[in-house]
Design a protein around this ligand. Structure first.
Ligand SMILES: NC(=O)c1ccc[n+]([C@@H]2O[C@H](COP(=O)([O-])OP(=O)(O)OC[C@H]3O[C@@H](n4cnc5c(N)ncnc54)[C@H](OP(=O)(O)O)[C@@H]3O)[C@@H](O)[C@H]2O)c1
Length: 219
């Protein structure tokens, strides 16, 4: 199934990385930005990278949310609250994939969740029950996404309900990533917390992007 995916902060590193992969997989991408010019420039860069493949357009974050089937949030954590408050009405009824990690510099190797428990739980507190929030891709680096190479990690998908998680698991399969149903939104504190641990491993072992694998499950 092909979706119209609206990426809030789609001009950034992670947003462009996901846009690149999903455009390759045949989804229509709406790159959102605070400024139209920024979105159009990101689309131009992605079109060049894709060599003419893919269907992408640039617009404001609000327009991207209003026009999409699925919204994706990729802004720095410190701007997550203000961005969601601005888009609250437009996000009602939408599936929102939260990719943001509550990293608090300079101690980014230390898990530091917001008072609500996680970024996804904070998003739920802001948006209310009307938005279908699912966490995913917190442990996939933009370098990996933009490299075009095989993505060497599994992904945990937690949040809203089983149907929403299954949609995100399918979107992951579309870009060659094995994703697992990690359960309800309360579990997003583990999904988001993993990132600090992986950043710590990257530093200790001097590697660009460590990942995870779920073992012992035979499908
Ligand atoms: N980078 C990674 O490898 C990676 C991996 C996993 C998860 N993540 C998560 O993904 C999120 C985005 O990371 P990133 O590295 O892509 O960030 P980024 O490139 O620094 O920023 C992404 C976009 O956020 C928007 N933005 C910046 N300041 C803003 C503000 N004050 N209000 C609203 N929007 C603002 C900008 O878009 P406009 O200027 O066009 O509006 C920018 O292009 C973060 O929460 C991060 O934890 C990143």
């Amino acid at each position: 199934m092909s979706y119209k995916i609206g990426i809030i902060g789609g001009t950034g590193r992670q947003g462009r990385g996901l846009a690149y992969r999903w455009a390759q997989a045949g989804h229509e991408i709406l790159i959102g930005s605070r400024k139209l010019e920024g979105a159009l420039a990101a689309v131009e860069e992605l079109e060049e990278r894709l060599g003419g493949e893919g269907k992408l357009s640039g617009m404001t974050n609000l327009e991207a949310v209003e026009a999409c089937d699925i919204a994706v949030l990729t802004v720095p954590f410190e701007h997550m609250r203000s961005t969601l408050e601005e888009l609250k009405d437009a996000l009602q009824g939408k599936l929102l994939i939260n990719v943001c990690v509550p990293l608090v510099p300079p101690k980014v190797t230390r898990v530091q969740m917001p008072p609500e428990g996680s970024g996804a739980l904070m998003a739920q507190a802001i948006l209310g029950d009307g938005a279908r929030i699912v966490d995913a891709y917190q442990n996939v680096s933009f370098e990996h996404l933009l490299s075009g190479e095989e993505i060497d990690t599994d992904v945990l998908v937690a949040g809203y309900d089983k149907a929403a998680r299954e949609t995100v698991i399918q979107l992951s399969a579309d870009i060659g990533v094995k994703a697992w149903d990690a359960g309800v939104i309360q579990n997003t504190m583990v999904v988001e917390g993993l990132t600090s641990i992986l950043i710590g491993l990257n530093i200790q072992y001097k590697v660009p992007s460590s990942g995870i694998r779920i073992t012992g499950v035979h499908e």
